[in-house]
Design a binder for this molecule. Structure first.
Ligand code: MSP
Length: 646
């Protein structure tokens, strides 16, 4: 039985971060779970490397698109290796095997009469690679808010309009095609409104897969990218995919365009699309412009990958948005992993080492505990089948809680002092704890593979945890007489402050390393330096702003500067012993006499410099658009001289 699942093919315009890791970790969890159920699982990830967005990112980095994409694609592969995410096929859209697949899909759709030539004249969003039909020049993109650009070009069109009913039939016949329900409803509503034909080629871009028999056309990135799911497993009998795992923002492409392309080409459709929610950083969208991007590798180095996996799977309800913060991450690590699971494992194993010489006693275990573990484990398995990871983990932790309570109630340390008469009861307690720990560990393997493998080895199993199947999750499989392995702490307690500082420090060096790979100079504060606002200016911190000393000043006198038609020389009182001498390029907008007695704003801590031989001890603040005359900043209410603007 095969199970083929995919992550999105990530854009290479930016290096991988925790958001990409989130999807890929979830995919790896599902892979492990399906494997436990007996499937032969293949997981594909990859990089989406064509299009104008990438072309421009490469140019900005001073690289050719190929050099640039090679670097970032390798970063994604490296990232998944470091995190141990078991990617079986990594498909790059610039790989030779892929172009042929895209061209083949095109030919099939063309031969079946679903492609025609047309033209488009109007607004285009480069970021989303999207035609914005009803927009006027300068209008923002409805998806991302960035300004659209005016284009006029000939295109190949895909007859998406012919697929409205076919898609609605598909969603009806396969209610699980789009999950969760909220996403399915969104797609249904969208398709019911009617579908417009879709342009699938571009002539304004060079960096793409050429359309057969055309010199100017390359494929639209989504026609190209979606096909990567097939290229990755071409000739392997793995298509159709059983699951496309994606983030909620790309549902439309996967649930509407993709099945329509495949239907038009007479190719089998994927079985399911699951769209998870957004991972926010402290409730804010993570983005380069906000400078709040978190990378996964520093977390891996400081707390281990399982800490990140646990946090993401437990804290965020899969399908909904969730928030990441370092505090919450370390908090969960200490309370649930170090104290919860780690503590159960270490106390159980330590007692068996101490009271039974490291050999698991033969026994059936406590039947009440056995039954409750069986029941909860069955529920946990159902949750995993529905990708309800958070609920599944809650279930496992309720077992951990119940066993902890049982141990405290039975007080094995007292039984151990009771000698032979209590030996049987002590055996029962030890076996019960060990068997519960075995089941908990095996159930957690898809979510916490590294730590579960460690506990597994400490329980003394010679067979690897990866070989465990769901049938082994039944009570009683643990054999008495098994010798435990070497004990050791699986989740050492983390010092909150020190570990957060370390992760943040590593985050900075990771950004610097990536900038260096791209031939860019590391900045003093790379996180802030990498960030720009929507209008293109760099994002600064409040501390940065605080460095600028803006003061209210009163113009005492103003005079023209000999030989300059732009400059005026002013003396401005900002409440200091002497008025400041300030040169200002406002002669085109203000007569000197009109300025005297006026309140203005000056930058008071600018390093002094000489202009036309006169020292300027500050700068006057004025607003202007490119080419317009400057307008001095002023106040409606009265404000005292020397007041600081903050
Ligand atoms: N290249 C397209 C996908 C083509 S698939 C045929 C693309 N790439 S992307 O680099 O922007 O990756 C988007 C995906 O990365 C999301 O759908 C999601 O899986 C993951 N995430 C990136 N940032 C994320 C968050 N902040 N939160 C959750 N997932 C996010 O779109």
């Amino acid at each position: 039985m095969k199970y083929y699942l995919t992550t999105p093919i990530y854009y290479v315009n930016a290096a991988p971060h925790i958001g990409h890791a989130y999807t890929t970790i979830a995919a790896n969890t599902i892979k492990r779970w399906k494997r436990m159920q007996g499937y032969d699982v293949v997981l594909t990830s990859g990089t989406d490397e064509h299009g104008q967005k990438i072309e421009r990112a490469a140019a900005a980095a001073g690289k050719t698109p190929q050099q640039f994409t090679d670097i970032i694609s390798a970063e994604f592969q490296r990232q998944w290796e470091i995190l141990g995410l078991g990617i079986d096929r990594f498909q790059r859209t610039t790989a030779a095997n892929h172009a042929a697949q895209v061209q083949d899909l095109f030919r099939r759709c063309l031969d079946n009469g679903y492609i025609y030539k047309g033209s488009y004249s109007g607004q285009y969003c480069v970021f989303d690679e999207l035609y914005v039909n009803d927009a006027k020049a300068g209008d923002p993109c409805p998806e991302c808010g960035r300004p659209t650009e005016t284009v006029s070009e000939e295109n190949y069109y895909f007859k998406l309009s012919a697929f409205q009913q076919k898609l609605l039939d598909l969603y009806e016949k396969h209610p699980d095609f789009i999950c969760p329900e909220t996403r399915r409803n969104e797609v249904l509503a969208f398709v019911k409104q009617g579908l417009s034909d879709l342009s699938i080629s571009r002539t304004t871009i060079k960096w793409g897969i050429p359309v057969p028999n055309e010199d100017k056309h390359v494929f639209y990135v989504w026609f190209d990218a979606l096909t990567a799911y097939m290229s990755a497993v071409a000739g392997e009998n793995l298509w159709p995919a059983d699951l496309h795992l994606i983030g909620k923002e790309i549902v439309r492409f996967h649930a509407i365009y993709w099945p329509a392309f495949l239907m038009a080409a007479d190719l089998p459709l994927p079985k399911q699309i699951f769209a998870h929610g957004w991972l926010l950083f402290e409730n804010d969208k993570m983005s380069k412009s906000r400078g709040n991007i978190v990378r996964a590798t520093p977390i891996h180095t400081v707390l281990g990958t399982d800490a990140l996996r646990y946090f993401l799977m437990r804290e965020v309800v899969f399908g909904q948005d969730g928030s990441f913060s370092y505090d919450a991450l370390v908090g969960r690590y200490n309370s649930d992993l170090a104290n919860g699971l780690g503590n159960l494992a270490s106390r159980t194993l330590a007692m068996i080492h101490q009271y039974r010489n490291g050999v698991i006693p033969a026994c059936d275990g406590n039947q009440q505990i056995a039954q409750s573990v069986q029941e909860i484990t069955a529920i946990v398995m159902e949750c995993l089948d529905r990708f309800e990871f958070s609920k599944a983990l809650e279930g496992v932790w309720s077992v951990i809680g119940a066993v902890d309570k049982y141990i405290v109630e039975q007080a094995p340390w007292k039984l151990a002092k009771g000698g032979d008469p209590e030996a049987k009861r002590l055996d029962e307690v030890l076996y019960t704890a060990a068997e519960a720990l075995r089941i908990v560990t095996a159930t957690l393997a898809p979510m916490l593979p590294e730590s579960a493998a460690k506990i597994w080895a400490q329980l003394g199993f010679a067979t690897p945890l990866d070989a465990v199947k769901t049938a082994d999750l039944h009570w009683g499989h643990l054999q008495g007489g098994q010798k435990l392995g070497l004990a050791g702490a699986v989740f050492p307690r983390a010092d909150v402050k020190a570990s957060i500082e370390k992760m943040m420090e590593l985050e900075k060096s990771e950004v610097a390393r990536q900038m260096e790979l791209l031939g860019q100079k590391p900045q003093p504060d790379p996180v802030a330096a990498a960030a720009v606002t929507a209008s293109g200016s760099p994002v600064i911190t409040i501390d940065d702003f605080g460095k600028v000393d803006l003061r209210v000043g009163l113009v005492k006198d103003a005079a023209a500067v000999k030989g300059s038609d732009k400059l005026l020389h002013l003396h401005v009182d900002i409440g200091e012993a002497e008025p400041r001498s300030i040169m200002a390029g406002i002669a085109g907008a203000y007569k000197p006499e009109a300025l005297v007695g006026r309140k203005v704003v000056i930058v008071a801590n600018l390093a002094p410099r000489k202009l036309r031989g006169i020292e300027s001890q500050g700068m006057i603040v004025a607003a202007s658009r490119e080419g317009d005359v400057p307008v001095l900043a002023s106040f409606l209410e009265d404000v005292p001289v020397g007041a600081r603007l903050k």
